[in-house]
Design a protein around this ligand. Sequence first.
Ligand code: UDP
Length: 416
Amino acid sequence: MLQRVNPGNKSLADYRSIVPRDLYDEIQDLANRLDGARVLHVNPTAFGGGVAEILYTLVPLMRDVGLDCDWALMFGAEPFFNVTKNFHNALQGADYELTIEDRAIYEEYNRQSAAALVDSGEEWDIMFVHDPQPALLKHFTDGLSPETKWIWRCHIDTSTPNRQVLDYLSPYVKDYDAQIYTMRDYTPPDVELPGLTIIPPAIDPLSPKNMALAADDARYIANQFGVDTERPFILQVSRFDPWKDPLGVIDAYRIVKEEVPEVQLVLIGSMAHDDPEGWDYWYKTTEHAGGDQDIFLFNNLTNVGAIEVNAFQALADVVIQKSIREGFGLVVAEALWKGRPLVAGRVGGIPMQVTDGGGLLVDTIPEAAAACTKLLKDPEFAYNMGRYGKEHVRKHYLTPRLLRDDLLLFAKLLGV
Ligand code: UDP
């Protein structure tokens, strides 16, 4: 039996005042058509990173609108996560030699997880498989009902992939009834995806991470972590990972500090179970910070969870997301939703979240530093930027829109 995650309860009615009326009605209509549909989401971890973040909202909302929806974790342990982290990096373009041993580890965890699904004797109308880790589940679950529709959801940018990993995974992925990508530009070159569906992710405006926090409460929280909220600070919230470039953020902050000496830098990152590189990169980042008293490094193991992230995001004078590669970049939507001025790498799903006037896109460390300095020195410009960004997120990147898009796909696949 695969471990189930209990994602708690949510009610679509609570979102009524935040999203447009027609979207709300459309969801109700789709939900009626799909009433009682059995949906299982599968991924490897209930903590850390964007997928878990999304499922904690999507699964309860799917239940609330009448689907029989569950979330299961595939089997995983360090050897498997070492391989799948390499796959993840390779699909984003990193060098990697796909060995027979790595394939064997990857296949074994998928085979065992698939066997557990078959042995459970349960049946599903929709099997919703997230990212490369469980991508072989369909292949190994011959015993499941032939009526089950299989969706593979890719959350990463596979447009310039390592060919070995792509060629290995493509036949399995093509075999799914639908392949969801965040944007067309992320799809792999020369791979025909018969069920390609484009659905960008979204953030939950009512989660503890994103709900409205009074400025005083946010300050009260941030002060407890030693950050001086009377002085400006730049914030990046991201896993400690080379693609998120925390070292580059520190370099940019050092340039900013020459012109704005009172500036502080806060780096917050969560340690995900399926990310063995996280600690290495945490130590590298700590070393790079070199004991600077104005640089703060936090993670979930130092008690910085969702509410604390919310508080820091709500207060930051500038939010930076200096990614070199990015999936969608949920943190960007989170910062914009809080009306924060934003400086972000021109990569992945970031540009589509940043409208004209709603953030500054950068390609290099000096550009990032110049953009932060400008925002710190011109509060009116920064304020207006935050307002634009928030409205763009309201229209496009809140959970009800994602729920509608997923339900539309379910209805299409199930012919209801
Ligand atoms: N996150 C968090 N605490 C942290 C670091 C990240 O809660 O210390 C959350 C962050 O707020 C966001 C998600 O993890 O919701 C990261 O998603 P994103 O798409 O930005 O990046 P990914 O990690 O999926 O590459």
